[in-house]
Design a protein around this ligand. Structure first.
Ligand code: NAD
Length: 339
């Protein structure tokens, strides 16, 4: 297995560009797989939070033997009631595993899990497949991937899109970096948790692509909130304004689905006090990673930087754990919809 680890520009960005031109790179999960019986893979799952919990449960539902670990006893208990075997440590969970999946908060958790003396890589047999689904820095993903490669272990970075609803429904999108051969082996496993897979290039490319998506999302959500606040300040009805924008050139997921103005979309977090959804602090983390990735290659991301500051202010205003669309309150000022 070769794992190109040149500069991030070479290993992630340019390979993402070349593979994006290949029509096979976005393929439904149920395309023909390799000839190993997928359910024969024994899976270790580390990190059973909002996303990892339902993902592990969907694997168990699909017939996989899943052994899992989380530092939270409550999370472990919930998963074990849904057919997942609970292990007392990460090292115990990976004993005999052929595939290891991790879904942890941030880069430092992932590096601590795999690297170093007691790290999981030193417990895994050559030939094990590691799939990290956390959203982390591309450089971190590349570090872990390189360390894995030197031990004969293939690693994919496979951050997801689709949120907690997608994790529960098994309809996630996986945005993958790593070797094509490792991805072919992973497809049936990913298929038990999601609907689509995009292969973006070599190690770290999945993370780069995920950060690009979330940077655009963060900016679009903030400016949608700004536009709604402007209209309402002029006496417009936010519902009518959103309905017009949703079929005009200002349309987006923020106007049509996760509308940030309370009451416009009954199913949106805004209509339940911004509870649930994708946390402001997770968006803040992703924008920080996007800015960091931009610094690495000298890219200019002026709107991404500005958005990172807006979500930081929103967090400092006490809305860090609310859905990120609560940035609406910030951009509307004291006259915000819930103000
Ligand atoms: P979470 O905080 O709910 O879950 C993380 C879990 O990891 C927790 O249960 C925690 O106890 C566990 N954990 C932490 N350190 C551990 C360790 N060393 N060993 C074992 N378990 C450990 O987070 P989440 O919402 O599930 O998100 C996970 C990742 O997915 C993040 O990187 C996030 O950015 C990304 N993501 C989240 C969403 C979302 O909507 N929540 C959507 C897409 C991507």
């Amino acid at each position: 297995m070769s794992n190109t680890m040149n500069s991030p520009r070479n290993s992630a960005t340019s390979s993402a560009t070349s593979s994006a031109t290949n029509s096979a790179t976005n393929s439904p999960m149920n395309s023909p797989m390799n000839d190993t019986n997928p359910v024969e893979e024994r899976i270790a799952f580390i990190g059973l939070g909002h996303m990892g919990g339902p993902m592990a449960m969907n694997l168990a539902k699909a017939g996989y033997a899943v052994t899992a670990f989380d530092v939270s006893a409550a999370a472990l208990e919930r998963a074990s009631q849904a057919g997942v075997m609970a292990a007392p440590s990460a090292a115990a969970a990976v004993e005999g595993a052929t595939v290891v999946i991790s879904m942890l908060p941030a880069s430092r958790h992932v590096e601590a899990l795999y690297l170093g003396e007691g790290g999981l890589l030193s417990h895994l047999a050559a030939g094990t497949l590691v799939i990290d689904c956390s959203t982390i820095a591309p450089a971190s993903a590349q570090r872990v991937s390189l360390a894995a490669e030197t031990r004969g272990i293939a690693m994919l970075d496979a951050p997801v899109s689709g949120g907690t609803a997608g994790a529960a429904a098994g309809t996630l999108t996986f945005i993958v970096g790593g070797e094509a051969q490792a991805l072919e082996r992973a497809r049936p496993v990913l298929g038990a948790m999601g609907k689509n897979v995009f292969h973006m290039g070599g190690a770290g490319a999945g993370q780069v692509a995920k950060l690009c998506n979330n940077m655009a999302l963060g900016v679009i959500m903030a400016v949608t909130g700004e536009a709604l606040a402007l209209g309402v300040s002029h006496g417009l009805d936010p519902q009518a304004l959103s309905a017009m924008m949703a079929v005009s050139t200002g349309r987006s997921w923020a106007t049509e689905v996760c509308n940030p103005w309370p009451g416009v979309k009954p199913e949106a977090p805004a209509s339940r006090g911004y509870a649930g959804g994708f946390g402001n602090d997770l968006m803040l983390k992703d924008l920080g990673l996007a800015v960091e990735a931009a610094l690495q290659v000298g890219a200019a991301v002026p709107l991404g930087e500005l958005a990172r500051n807006l979500y930081a202010l929103n967090s400092r205003a006490g809305r860090g754990r609310l859905d990120f669309s609560s940035v609406q309150q910030l951009v509307a000022g004291d006259g915000g919809p819930l103000g």
